[in-house]
Design a protein around this ligand. Structure first.
Ligand SMILES: Cc1cc2nc3c(=O)[nH]c(=O)nc-3n(C[C@H](O)[C@H](O)[C@H](O)COP(=O)(O)O)c2cc1C
Length: 197
């Protein structure tokens, strides 16, 4: 947590890495709402751009003895964030392998990290969010309130496979998203170290 005059840094992790996807559109639309409701600086972290290979650290990440530059870079991104928001689709009743891989690269960076889960899918991606919650609780993140579930209408896609109006879909879930972001803000405050006397 930065000094009390500075707003916390919240990073939105885009959990889909498909070449044609909608997760980036949804994250873009979610960002300003989270920024306002959590009174935070918000940045997107796109796992597609991060382009992590399948976990290739020789030693167990819990040991923190990272050998790969991409792991060190990813570690810094998470460690420097005051909170993270996982924006995840539902794939076959779970969350994407790329997201699990990115989570598994690190360990201590996650522990105690305030976090929020936003899932999406034809029915809100609830199974994905629930599965992700179980893993994040196991690792020891500080999850803020309920998961937010964004329902994507079947006719919401254009011919290229992108959302026609991601902002409208997110706006239709604005109330639970704002409530969850406000809870995230409280979790960030409650986990921040006390200022030096
Ligand atoms: C591999 C795969 C599995 C999917 N499984 C589900 C599912 O279990 N439930 C659901 O509602 N939608 C499912 N969908 C549809 C996704 O919700 C939809 O394609 C969404 O756009 C995926 O997010 P993305 O475009 O950001 O990757 C699946 C899509 C893919 C590609």
């Amino acid at each position: 947590m930065p000094p009390s005059t500075e707003r916390p840094l919240v990073r939105l992790i885009v959990g889909s890495v498909r070449p044609i996807r909608v997760g980036d559109q949804l994250a873009e639309a979610i960002a300003p709402i989270v920024a306002e409701a959590a009174d935070a600086r918000v940045e997107l972290v796109d796992l597609a751009e991060l382009d992590l290979p399948l976990l290739d650290e020789p030693r167990m990440p819990a040991l923190g003895d990272y050998q790969r530059e991409h792991t060190k870079a990813w570690s810094r991104i998470v460690a420097e964030s005051d909170a993270v928001v996982f924006v995840t689709p539902q794939y076959n009743g779970g969350y994407p392998a790329a997201l699990k891989n990115a989570i598994d690269f690190l360990f201590h960076e996650w522990r105690g990290k305030p976090a929020l889960i936003v899932s999406y899918g034809g029915h809100g991606g609830g199974l994905s969010g629930a599965q992700l919650r179980g893993v994040l609780e196991f690792i020891g993140l500080e999850l803020a309130g309920q998961n937010v579930e964004l329902t994507l209408p079947r006719d919401g896609y254009d011919e290229g496979g992108r959302l026609r109006d991601a902002a409208a879909i997110v706006a239709s879930h604005e109330e639970p998203l704002r409530a969850a972001a406000a809870t995230l803000r409280r979790v960030i405050r409650s986990t921040a170290p006390a200022p030096a006397a």
